[in-house]
Design a binder for this molecule. Structure first.
Ligand code: AMP
Length: 448
C-alpha cells in the first residue's frame, strides 16, 4: 500500500517523497479515505502514529485541487509546542503546493504584534492556533473565520483537560455551520464524546487501540526507594553515550532539583512552564539538533512534541495517569525507529504502575538494581494474567473502524499538571492583552 491509492495531487506526492513518507501508517490508511469523502471524523490515535499527516494531507490535497480561496482550515491544538510542530509538518508537505500556514499561540516573547498582523495580512490557507490566543484575535476583530471550510481539533482530550472547552465553543460560534470537522484525541473518555456531539455532524469513528505503546520500544522498570532514584538515574545515564534522552519528573519543582543535581555531571536542561517561551524554544531547538542531549521535563513534553531519534525515556517518577505513560513512552521509537523506556517505580507508586501494566495489557520487565545499590522494594503482586510477554510490542493491532476499542476513563480525578495551568494563564493573558482596554498585544508569534 502506498500514498498513490489516495489519488493525491502530484505536487503533494512529491512533498511526501521529499519527507521520506513511503507508505501510510494505519491511522492514515483509515482516516484519509473518510476525509477525502468530506465526512466529519472522530479519531482516537496517540501521537507517534502519524495522526498529523492523517488529518492534514486530505486537506492540503483539497486546497491544491480546487485552488486557494483564502483562509480554509483552522487547526486547534492545546500547546504552543504542538501548534508549532503541526505548522512545521504542514510546511514540509506543502513545499511544492504553494499553500501556507501560520502558527498562532500565546506567551511568545520579543516578537512584535506587527509581525503577526503582517503574517495574517499576507494571507494563509491554514491557521494552527492555541484556543486562548485565537479568541484574543477573534474578539479584537483581527481574524475572520466565516468562510472557513475545515476545523480540526488535535489532542482534544488534552484541550478539555486544560479547560479549553468553553473557548473552543466560542471559537466554533465564529465558524460557518457548513464545514468539515475533524476531532483527534489520544483517549476517548465520555466527555469527549459528549463534546464532539456539539461540534461534529454524523461523524465516522476510527480508533487505534489506546494503550498500544509504539513499535520498537523496549520497556523496563526498576523497583526503587525514593532515596535511590538520583543515584540510579546517574547510573543509567552513564551506561552509554546517549544522544537523546528525556527524563520525566512529576512536578516542575522536581524537574528543577533534578536539574541542579544532574548538571554537575551531564549536559542537561530543564524544560518547564516557568521558562519564558523564548527559552523553551531555544532548549527544544538545541535538543532537536542534538547540541543538547538530555532534557528533564514534566508531562508538558509528553504529548505532541515530535523529536525524531530519542533513544531513551526515563520516568524518574511513575506517571500518575496511565495514559501519560503511553504518551511519555510515545516520545521514543517514533516512525519506525527503536527506543527504550525505563520507569523508576518507588514502593508507594507500585499501584500506579500496576494500572499502567493493565492499560497497556502487558507486564513490564522489572530489572534488578545494579551492583552496589542496596536492595529495592519487592513488587507486590504481578499484573493479572495477560498472556503477553514483557518488553516488546507491535502497534497497529487493535485498530478498528467505527468502533472504539477502549472506553475507559481514569477513575481518579485527572491530575492537572502545572503546565496546563500555565498554558491556561498564558491564554488568559492573551485575552486581556488583546482587549481594547489593553490596546495591542506586543509579545506574540509567528514561528520561524
Ligand atoms: P505524529 O503522530 O503525527 O506526531 O507523527 C509522528 C512521526 O511520524 C512524525 O515525525 C512524522 O513525520 C512521522 N510520520 C508520520 N507518518 C509517516 C509515514 N507515513 N511515513 C514515515 N513517517 C511518518
Amino acid at each position: 500500500m502506498n500514498f498513490n491509492q489516495f489519488k493525491f495531487e502530484d505536487a503533494l506526492l512529491e512533498g511526501l517523497e521529499a519527507m521520506g513518507f513511503d507508505k501510510p501508517t494505519p491511522i492514515q490508511e483509515m482516516a484519509i479515505p473518510v476525509l477525502n469523502e468530506g465526512k466529519d471524523l472522530i479519531a482516537c490515535a496517540q501521537t507517534g502514529t502519524g495522526k498529523t499527516a492523517a488529518f492534514i494531507l486530505p486537506i492540503l490535497n483539497k486546497i491544491a485541487k480546487t485552488g486557494s480561496s483564502g483562509l480554509d482550515t483552522l487547526i486547534l491544538a492545546p500547546t504552543r509546542e504542538l501548534a508549532i510542530q503541526i505548522d512545521q509538518q504542514i510546511q514540509g508537505f506543502a513545499y511544492f503546493l504553494g499553500i501556507s500556514s501560520i502558527p498562532i499561540y500565546g506567551g511568545g516573547d520579543g516578537i512584535v504584534w506587527e509581525q503577526q498582523k503582517k503574517a495574517l495580512e499576507t494571507g494563509a490557507e491554514i491557521i494552527v492556533a492555541t484556543p486562548g490566543r485565537l479568541i484574543a484575535l477573534l474578539s479584537g476583530g483581527k481574524i475572520k473565520l466565516n468562510n472557513l471550510k475545515h476545523l480540526i481539533l488535535d489532542e482534544a482530550d488534552r484541550m478539555l483537560d486544560m479547560g479549553f472547552s468553553d473557548d473552543i465553543l466560542t471559537i466554533v460560534n465564529h465558524l460557518p455551520k457548513n464545514r468539515q470537522t475533524i476531532l483527534f484525541s489520544a483517549t476517548m473518555p465520555p466527555k469527549i464524546r459528549q463534546f464532539s456531539k456539539q461540534l461534529l455532524n454524523n461523524p465516522e469513528e476510527i480508533s487505534l487501540a489506546i494503550g498500544k505503546t509504539a513499535e520498537g520500544v523496549t520497556q523496563s522498570a526498576y523497583l526503587v526507594y525514593e532515596y535511590q532514584k538520583e543515584d540510579l538515574v546517574k547510573h543509567v545515564l552513564n551506561q552509554k553515550d546517549y544522544e537523546a534522552v528525556i527524563i520525566f519528573a512529576s512536578t516542575k519543582e522536581k524537574v528543577k532539583s533534578l536539574f541542579k543535581i544532574l548538571k554537575k555531571s551531564f549536559e542537561v536542561e530543564a524544560f518547564h512552564s516557568d521558562l519564558e517561551q523564548v527559552e523553551r524554544e531555544k532548549i527544544m531547538s538545541r535538543f532537536k539538533n542534538r547540541s543538547l542531549k538530555i532534557l528533564i521535563g514534566t508531562d508538558i513534553i509528553s504529548r505532541g512534541i515530535d523529536v525524531v531519534g530519542i533513544e531513551l525515556i526515563i520516568n524518574f517518577d511513575t506517571p500518575n495517569d496511565p495514559e501519560d505513560y503511553v504518551h511519555r513512552v510515545g516520545r521514543t521509537a517514533r516512525a519506525d525507529s527503536k527506543g527504550e523506556a525505563i520507569t523508576f517505580v518507588s514502593d508507594k507508586d507500585q499501584f500506579k504502575f500496576k494500572r499502567i501494566e493493565s492499560l497497556i495489557g502487558m507486564e513490564i520487565e522489572k530489572t534488578p538494581l545494579p551492583e552496589g545499590f542496596e536492595k529495592g522494594p519487592e513488587y507486590k503482586g504481578s499484573h493479572e494474567k495477560s498472556g503477553k510477554k514483557p518488553g516488546f510490542q507491535k502497534p497497529g493491532n487493535g485498530s478498528s473502524k467505527k468502533k472504539f476499542t477502549k472506553k475507559r476513563e481514569n477513575p481518579e480525578k485527572r491530575h492537572k499538571p502545572d503546565e496546563a495551568r500555565a498554558e491556561k494563564k498564558d491564554n488568559a493573558l492573551d485575552k486581556q492583552h488583546s482587549s481594547p482596554k489593553y490596546g495591542k498585544r506586543t509579545n506574540v508569534i509567528k514561528g520561524e
